[in-house]
Write a new protein. Sequence first.
Length: 483
Amino acid sequence: MTPYARQVARTLQRAGVRRLFGMPGGGGNSDLLEAAAEINLPFTLAHTETAGAFMACAQAEITGQPGACLATLGPGAASLVNGVAQAYCDRVPLIVITDPPHREYLHQTLPHQSMLAPLVKWSGSDPEEALAVVTTPPYGPVHLEAGAASVHASPRAGHAPSLRPAACEIPAKRPVMLVGLGATNREPLEYCERHRIPALVTYKAKGVIPDDHPWFAGVLTNGALERPVLAQADLFVTAGFDPVELIPRPWDYPAPLAEMDRAVTASTWTAPEVRALAEAQLAAMRPAGEPGELAPHRVVEIAAAIYAGARITVDAGAHMLPVIAHWPAREPRGVLISNGLATMGFALPAAIGAALLDEHRDPRRPTVVFTGDGGLAMCAAELRTAARERLPLRIVVFDDSTLSLIRLKQQQRGLPTEGTAFDGIDWRMVACGFGAAGRTAVSEEALRSALLETRDHPGPVLIAARISTRTYPELIRALRGPA
C-alpha cells in the first residue's frame, strides 16, 4: 500500500464519504481499497462502473456529503462516463477515482482527463484540491487520477436560468414558488406557509413540499399539466430551481423571478383553491383503462397503499410519469430520480446506494424501485449486488416488452414504431437466478397479493407487473399537451 492511497482514503473519510463503490482493477485503486479497509471505510462491489457511480450519487443526494466511486484505467474509466454525466446534470458532489493510463504502452490507454473534462469541475491527482472543489458550489463531479496534473474544467454553460430576475421587493398578489433540485430542507415549506404561496416541485424536489400539504400545487415540468397554476402567477419565487430539469421548450410566462429570500407581499391564494388545482392535475393523470387490465397508475397506487412513506427510486421511461404523479412523497430526497440527465438504468443502483445507508434495514420499510423492463435490463446484474448485501428492496418492473416512451414519440410523429419492442423476459426467473425473490402480477389483485406476501422478506424482491400501455398516450397529453 502506498502513502498516496492512505492520503486519498483519509481525505474521503474526512469529506464525509460513507462508502466506496465500483469495480477495481489491479492498479492503484487496489491499494486504495486496502487503505480504505484500514480505516473502516467500506467498499461495495458493483457489476458495472456506471452502476457504482449511481450508487454513490444516491448516497450523496441523501446525506448532502460527497459520494465516491472508482474504476480501473481504460475500459473502466470509459464505462464510468454515464454515471459522471448523471452527477454533472443533477448537480451531485461525486468524487470519481480512476487509475492513471499507461505511460509506456498503448494497451487500454485512453485520455481520461480529456474524456471526462466536459463533465467534471476539476481533474487531477491532489486529493485535498479535489475535496475543496467538490464541496464548493455549484456542485458536481470531480476526477481524481493518480499522477495527473491538475486541470480545472471551464464553468458550466447553458444552465443559467433564462428568466429575468425580479427587483428586491415586488407587490405580488398571486406569487407561485418553483422548488427544484437545489432544495434539500424544510425552508421552502416554511416560506410557503408563512406567505401563503402555492408551490410546484420538480421531479427531484418531490417531498420538499409534501404531496398532501395544503400549499402543494403539483409537479413542475414546463408541460401543460401545471399551466393553470403558472398562468395565474404574477411572481415566481424560486427555491433551488434549475432549468436543467425542465422539458426543453420555451418558457412563455411573463412573471418575473425572485429568490426565496426576497420580500413578497401577502398573496390572495387560498389553501382550498390550491388543493383543487392539485387534485385536478392528479385526476388528469388517472385515465380510465379497460376492465381487467393493469394500468400503470394503478401499479403506483397499489404499491403506495402498502409502502407509503418509503423512499423510492425511479427510472427514466413512460412509467415515471404516473410514479411522480401518484407517489405520496413526504420528505426531501424521499424520491431519487435522474432528471437532469434522465438516464435509464439508474433506479436499481440508486436504491442499492440508498439502502446501504440504513443500518437497521427493516423489510417493512424498504426502498421501493420503480423501473421499466428496458432500464432494468441495462443493470440487471446489480440484482446480485442487492441479494449479496441482503438489502430490503421492492423492485416493481413495469413489464410491457417495449420502450414505451420512445414508441409514443414515434407514434406522435406518425412514424413506424421500429426498434422499440423486444422479446419478453421472464423476470421471475431472472430474479431467482441472481438470488432475489421473484413474482409476476397480471392483475391488480395479483400485484397487491405479491406485495403483501413478500412484505417481511429480508432481501430484494422483484415483482414484474405486466401492464397495459393503453393509457400512456392520454397521460402524455395530460402532462405535456398536444404533440
